[in-house]
Ligand binder design. Structure first.
Ligand code: G
Ligand code: G
Ligand code: MN
Ligand code: NA
Length: 255
């Protein structure tokens, strides 16, 4: 209950912050995008993980206000990167969106308004939803179709961890699959993880979707996933989530 009250005050008190984790092209480690990740600097508790407060905010509906702030902040930031680095016209910023936000009436209109106000090209925004967030309902599907019609990209996050994965590929207009890091963690050439990772990348290829492998921590994992057909990767090997200023440095001094 205390957390709920504190969450209510957190936006006004500017206690939220976004960090950005690079998404790189695996063939050359070049930055091709970032994922925005929310951090809560609580005055007394210190840094509170989204794992702790996002589920609470979803239950209370506070996720809608928090999500609005995340979307506007990430788009404003990305618009400035794209403006200052014209070579970045293909880059995208990934914004995580909870099921409750997606189904909120007016969510698509808000995305359209934020793109318009910040001047961020629609293709430079990737809305990341988990398989479980996209319930098998008309509201979710309508929202995804409308976002896609705006030109926004759609990523299925944590792909492979929920029961409904495959059906969603047929019913939703996703553009990107993000292979969950549980498949990457202990991947070896001969193991079961590699078999699943291969199947996912082949499916992505056949459906003309981008494939991103998450949670890459070692060069061995990178090489293996590249060999299995993954074009993009994300993980501590390339960079932890970092403040916006660090992304600017990476952009201005490419690897
Ligand atoms: O960055 P970290 O590993 O702490 O993120 C933990 C979880 O919180 C991840 O599943 C991530 O998708 C989720 N998360 C991070 N930022 C946001 C956000 O802005 N909105 C939503 N809905 N989830 C987020
Ligand atoms: O669910 P989602 O994919 O949005 O979660 C992103 C989370 O994964 C963030 O909290 C981020 O800090 C975490 N993460 C990113 N890269 C790595 C990695 O290489 N290893 C591990 N263990 N976690 C990672
Ligand atoms: Mn994500
Ligand atoms: Na994930």
């Amino acid at each position: 209950a205390e957390l709920i009250r504190e969450l209510r005050d957190a936006i006004g008190a500017a206690q939220f912050e976004l960090v950005y984790q690079p998404i790189v092209r695996l063939s050359d480690d070049r930055l091709t995008g970032v994922e925005a990740l929310l951090r809560w600097n609580h005055p007394a508790r210190g840094l509170v993980s989204p794992v702790q407060f996002i589920p609470v905010a979803e239950r209370t509906g506070q996720i809608v206000a928090i999500g609005r702030w995340v979307l506007a902040t990430a788009c404003r930031q990305a618009a400035s990167w794209v403006r200052d680095h014209p070579e970045l016209s293909d880059m995208s910023v990934g914004v995580n969106v909870a099921g409750r936000q997606l189904r909120e009436p007016g969510f698509v209109a808000e995305v359209a308004r934020v793109l318009n106000e910040t001047g961020l090209p629609a293709a430079c925004l990737t809305i990341e939803v988990t398989e479980t967030a996209v319930l098998d309902d008309q509201e979710s599907l309508d929202a995804l179709l409308a976002l896609r019609a705006l030109g926004v990209r759609l990523a299925l996050d944590d792909f492979g961890t929920a029961a409904s994965s495959l059906g969603l590929l047929l019913t939703t207009p996703v553009t990107t699959l993000k292979l969950d890091r549980s498949f990457v963690e202990s991947i070896t050439t001969v193991g079961r993880q590699a078999a699943v990772a291969t199947a996912v990348s082949q499916m992505a290829g056949a459906l003309e979707l981008k494939s991103v492998a998450e949670g890459i921590e070692t060069p061995e994992q990178r090489d293996l996933l590249l060999g299995l057909g993954y074009e993009y990767g994300q993980g501590y090997l390339f960079s932890r989530p970092v403040p916006a200023e660090r992304i600017v440095e990476m952009l201005e001094r490419p690897a």
